[in-house]
Design a protein around this ligand. Sequence first.
Ligand code: ZN
Length: 250
Amino acid sequence: MAPVRFRLVVEADIVANYVKQNNAFRQDAAIARECPHCGANAQLIPVSTPSYKALVSARPSQVALGFSCSACGEPRFGKARVRAYEPERVVLSSKIVEVERARERFQLAYLPEQARPLFEEALACYTADLHNAFASLCRRTADASIRQIGHAGLTSWRNAFASALELGEIDTAPAEIMRAVLFGDLETMPTIDAEIAAVLIEVMKDVLYQIHVRRAKFKAAMQMRRYFAEEGRVNKVTSFRSKRGQARSA
Ligand SMILES: [Zn+2]
């Protein structure tokens, strides 16, 4: 099973990007990110960067940058904060906020029909930073999954949720917020921020994996084992018979 991991990454902002007086774009360090098109953790090649003259005359606090993915060549877009206007260059932050982020992935095909479109939209909301829409859709996904399982559904969800909390070593405060989102009163569902959303998405993936994906894969593997075991028995019998019936079939 995939370990619980968190998406929040604190990047050091020591290195910088520069727009020189001759419009040349310089980077202290290359930037690599997961590509939403090809999925590779590939370098962003700068292809469209602002001119020095335009920056100095408008003096924006943020600039738009165009890159291409070094793996697939698709265009990538980002924004960077201007750190300083210096006489011979403009200093930009190395933190590139990407306009189009990599999509969150999950093996949706294993989810029950009623839950699948809800969780698919939940992932899209998460990618778009719509944290409360994401939380609401997580709740609807949980409800749909619980209904599909039947009378043991709620217990299964509570057990899988507890197991995910333990595996992720999640603190009490975020755990209680997530518990209220997934199992609490709908009218008093708490609002969540980016940090809780980052934990909730991993918890949801883990719970859905435990309840639906693992079960389906295990069942399929067992069916395959039984099939081959039965095939083996049949083949043994067949080969015994075929020896006796050799003269007829020859
Ligand atoms: Zn790519």
